[in-house]
Design a protein around this ligand. Structure first.
Ligand SMILES: NC(=O)C1=CN([C@@H]2O[C@H](COP(=O)(O)OP(=O)(O)OC[C@H]3O[C@@H](n4cnc5c(N)ncnc54)[C@H](O)[C@@H]3O)[C@@H](O)[C@H]2O)C=CC1
Ligand SMILES: O=C(O)CCC(=O)C(=O)O
Length: 414
């Protein structure tokens, strides 16, 4: 039978298993198997050549029993309704795992910002906010950056919302530039969180980070900061990649040089000739493999060939359910996305708290609070996995779904 590559239905299956293991009945699954709200919008944008292009966008709100929904907005050609739904469900799980007062939300627009001018991207970003304005807001649903969106786009979105609201609303969105109320450390928070869980996982597997061989797929916000942090800790980053190919040097790549040369979409390999493919990168001999780009990269087709001892998912959904089982059976420790990449939303929460109180923290304060949250979350999930003899993904779903399930129960929804 063909492997299930559908992110939405495969997420549903793990949520169902997690709820069963926690002792909830079928009605809880009925509530949590889909987002409570899903808005599809069409956004007309005046292009630079005078034509009008109409883009399709989405915003999914999985569950708001705990608090406002929260999650990034993705600008990518492969965005789809089902992908956005799955991403919103993963945000609920992340918020539960790091214990934030949020439910999960997520948005996306089908577009390729790499082929658009800055002006076109600005008009699209403002159009997205106008189109979704009825369901988003600082106490309803708080967007943030994701694939191919960044702090400049957050600034335009915040400005558009503030103009409509006739009020400066920094808490409407996170991942903003610091001068507009962004938090210290948000730009590197996802990678910082991934670094913390890599250190925790390495301890469990008796791997010394100093000298460990690390392979990273993706060289954008998550992947590039991670490469820097890993090489600063003395690891050898032997391969990195972007959408066009991968660079490999068994002696270790010069990360500072590559950071200097990459563009704002995380592209760098196009400057080199001796590249390998993203698929070859995943199967390289290494200690730690970090998929930090897109979904469905480790599947039943290549899971048997993964040589890493630890796989840490910085990206959302890079490993299929079947591949998760194969890696588990092979004794490879997989730290799942909903735990590993939760550093981003954690510091987004810190940003929102700072916006709400109008008092801003130092980078040391942010880092200290992030470290505490991530270590606690890792311990929690790891212990559930060990005690129950299950893989860390199922354990993370059990930890992550509980808060929303309980809040829904207390509210009398189920
Ligand atoms: N930015 C954040 O705070 C967070 C990001 N994530 C996840 O991390 C992953 C990467 O996100 P960011 O680094 O923010 O995005 P980004 O837009 O900064 O970088 C994306 C990277 O992926 C590469 N890429 C794009 N399409 C690809 C393809 N088809 N094959 C191989 N590589 C491809 C790009 O070339 C780029 O290097 C995504 O799954 C995202 O959802 C998760 C949590 C938070
Ligand atoms: O920072 C946030 O609020 C959300 C980050 C996000 O979209 C994610 O973790 O996938």
């Amino acid at each position: 039978m063909a492997e299930n590559l559908n992110l939405f239905t495969s997420t549903q299956a793990v949520i169902q298993e997690a709820l069963q293991k926690l002792g909830y009945d079928e009605s809880m699954y009925e509530l949590l198997k889909e987002p409570l709200r899903m808005l599809e919008v069409r956004i007309p944008v005046k292009m630079d050549d005078g034509s009008v292009k109409v883009f399709t966008g989405y915003r999914a709100q999985h569950n708001d029993a705990v608090g406002p929904t929260k999650g990034g907005v993705r600008f990518h050609p492969q965005v789809s309704e089902e992908e956005v739904k799955a991403l919103s469900m993963w945000m609920t799980l992340k918020a539960g795992i790091v214990d934030l007062p949020y439910g999960g939300g997520k948005g996306g627009v089908i577009c390729d910002p790499r082929q658009m001018s800055m002006g076109e991207v600005e008009r699209l970003s403002r159009g997205y906010v106008r189109a979704t304005s009825q369901i988003v807001g600082p106490t309803k649903d708080i967007p943030a950056p994701d694939v191919f969106t960044n702090s400049q786009i957050m600034a335009w979105m915040m400005d558009e919302y503030s103009r409509m609201d006739e009020f400066n609303s920094p808490g409407f969105i996170t991942g903003k530039p610091i001068v507009l109320g962004g938090s210290q450390g948000r730009d590197r928070a996802t990678a910082q969180g991934v670094t913390i869980v890599i250190e925790e996982a390495a301890k469990r597997k008796n791997i010394d980070i100093k000298g460990a061989r690390v392979v990273i797929q993706g060289f954008g916000n998550a992947g590039s900061f991670l490469a820097k942090f890993m090489s600063d800790l003395g690891a050898k980053v032997i391969a990195i990649s972007d959408a066009y190919g991968a660079l490999h040097d068994p002696e270790g790549l010069d990360i500072d040089y590559l950071l200097d040369r990459r563009d704002s979409f995380g592209t760098v390999t196009t400057l080199f000739e001796n590249t390998i493919t993203n698929q070859e990168l995943l199967e390289l001999d290494c200690d730690i493999l970090v998929p930090a780009a897109i979904e469905n990269q480790i599947t039943a087709d290549n899971a048997h060939n993964i040589q890493a001892k630890i796989v840490v998912e910085a990206a959302n959904g890079p490993t299929t359910t079947e591949a998760t089982k194969i890696l588990y059976d092979r004794g490879i420790l997989l730290v799942p996305d909903v735990l590993a990449s939760a550093g981003g939303v954690t510091v987004s929460y810190f940003e929102w708290v700072q916006n709400n109180q109008g008092y801003y923290w130092s980078e040391e304060e942010v880092n200290e609070k992030l470290l505490k949250k991530m270590v606690e979350a890792f311990d929690n999930v790891y212990n559930v996995a060990e005690t129950r003899n299950i893989d860390m993904r199922l354990a993370a779903y059990m930890v992550g779904v509980r808060k929303t399930a309980e809040a829904s129960r207390f509210r009398g929804w189920v």
